[in-house]
Design a protein around this ligand. Structure first.
Ligand code: SF4
Length: 168
C-alpha cells in the first residue's frame, strides 16, 4: 500500500492538515487580497495540482469537499457524483462502472467514521459539480465565496427525515 493510500485510510491526520491549511489561508487573507486573488490564481492552482493530485488523485474541480467525504475525492467516482453511493455498488464494495476499483463513496463512508471533527459532514447534500470552476484554485474560491454559489437550475430541497417512508 502506498503512502497516499495509507493517509487516506487514516483521515484524522488529513483533517488536521486541512484545518491547519484552512486556518493559515484565512489568516493570510488580508495579505492575499492585498496582492490580488486573481494574480495568485495560477500559483495556487498549480500548488493544489502538485500536492492534491498525488495525495487524493484530485481532479481540480474548484470546490473541494474532501473534508466532508472522508478525505476521499468524489471526483474519482466515474459518475462524478457529489452525493453517493449511487445504488449500484457491488456486493464486494466495487464500483458498478469499473469493477476493478473500490466504490469511492463506500470508502468515503468508512473513512468518515475514522475522522475526529468532520465525519458527520458525509450526511450533507451537495449540489452537482460546477464545471465552470474546473481547473481553478479551490482555496481561493473558498476565500472569495465563489464555491458557495450553487449551479443554476439546482434547487436544494429540504428533506424532513421524519416524513420519509421506508418501504420494505
Ligand atoms: S473535491 Fe475537487 S478540489 Fe477536492 S480533491 Fe477532489 S477534485 Fe480536487
Amino acid at each position: 500500500m502506498g503512502v497516499a493510500r495509507w493517509l487516506r485510510d487514516h483521515p484524522a491526520l488529513l483533517e488536521r492538515a486541512y484545518d491547519l491549511t484552512a486556518g493559515a489561508i484565512r489568516r493570510l487573507e488580508p495579505v492575499l487580497r492585498g496582492i490580488g486573488l486573481e494574480r495568485l490564481e495560477r500559483l495556487f492552482a498549480w500548488g493544489e495540482r502538485v500536492t492534491k493530485k498525488p495525495l487524493f488523485d484530485c481532479r481540480m474541480c474548484g470546490k473541494c469537499v474532501l473534508h466532508g467525504t472522508g478525505m476521499t475525492c468524489p471526483m474519482t467516482c466515474p459518475k462524478n457524483l457529489r452525493n453517493g453511493p449511487c445504488g449500484g455498488v457491488r456486493q464486494n464494495g466495487k464500483c458498478e462502472v469499473d469493477p476493478t476499483m473500490d466504490c469511492i463513496w463506500a470508502l468515503g463512508w468508512i473513512r468518515s467514521g475514522r475522522m475526529d471533527t468532520y465525519g458527520s459532514k458525509i450526511l450533507n447534500i451537495h449540489p452537482p459539480v460546477d464545471r465552470r470552476l474546473e481547473g481553478t484554485s479551490a482555496w481561493l474560491n473558498m476565500l472569495d465565496g465563489t464555491d458557495e454559489k450553487e449551479p443554476p437550475h439546482w434547487h436544494r430541497e429540504v428533506i424532513e427525515l421524519d416524513k420519509i417512508m421506508v418501504i420494505e
